[in-house]
Design a protein around this ligand. Structure first.
Ligand SMILES: CC(C)(COP(=O)(O)OP(=O)(O)OC[C@H]1O[C@@H](n2cnc3c(N)ncnc32)[C@H](O)[C@@H]1OP(=O)(O)O)[C@@H](O)C(=O)NCCC(=O)NCCS
Length: 175
């Protein structure tokens, strides 16, 4: 468990969260921003959980209610990098939860694991998420053009990343 502040807690994901994850990931606005197919089934989630290794994966609690999920996946210790992902369900958006949870988990990752780079993939039209990532300090590394076919169109995917050195400079008080 990681305490973000008085209201926000990150708890390691478990089997018990399956229903919450399936319901959330099949919400239109979340599945449209994700790279997986629709619908997303509980057996797919269970398979992912059972095979999960090299991952930090948490349900985000806001005032003891499940409000979203955050993770650093594909952790690659050889190249010292990992992939960050997040969603917050509609009801809890705009409260600063994503920003605060992300800041805490990125801090945790850079200070506890031998990780030098955290990267992410986002659809180029997901402006809300891109603003969040820029606010956290992520910088654009490149674009994969027409990478994913979703909702009747080929969509561009932006890759963004942040390095430990920059994070530590910009967040001196946190690490
Ligand atoms: C993107 C998402 C995680 C933001 O969560 P959130 O808890 O509402 O975000 P926060 O309240 O912490 O906001 C942090 C920053 O994000 C950006 N942001 C959040 N909502 C925004 C909006 N409606 N419009 C523009 N920017 C927005 C802003 O930069 C904001 O900082 P500010 O409040 O100082 O302007 C959430 O909208 C979400 O889960 N969307 C659907 C799933 C998704 O897109 N996941 C990412 C897939 S790559």
């Amino acid at each position: 468990m990681i305490k973000v502040n008085e209201n926000i807690i990150l708890k390691p994901i478990s089997e018990k969260d399956t229903e919450f994850i399936i319901e959330s990931r099949n919400e239109k606005d979340i599945y449209l921003t994700s790279f997986s197919n629709f619908p997303f089934y509980d057996f797919q989630h269970r398979k992912w959980l059972n095979n999960a290794s090299n991952i930090l994966d948490y349900v985000i609690y806001y005032n003891n209610e499940k409000s979203g999920r955050i993770n650093i996946s594909n952790i690659d210790f050889q190249n010292q990098k990992g992939e960050y992902g997040i969603f917050i369900i509609k009801k809890y958006r705009g409260l600063g939860i994503a920003f605060k949870a992300s800041k805490t988990l990125i801090d945790f990752t850079f200070s506890n694991l031998n990780i030098n780079k955290i990267y992410l993939k986002v659809f180029s039209d997901n402006i809300k998420a891109i603003r969040l990532y820029e606010k956290l300090g992520f910088e654009k590394e490149g674009v994969l053009k027409k990478e994913i076919y979703k909702n009747g169109e080929f969509k561009d995917v932006i890759i963004m990343a942040i390095f430990k050195e920059k994070w530590m400079k910009e967040n001196e008080n946190s690490i």
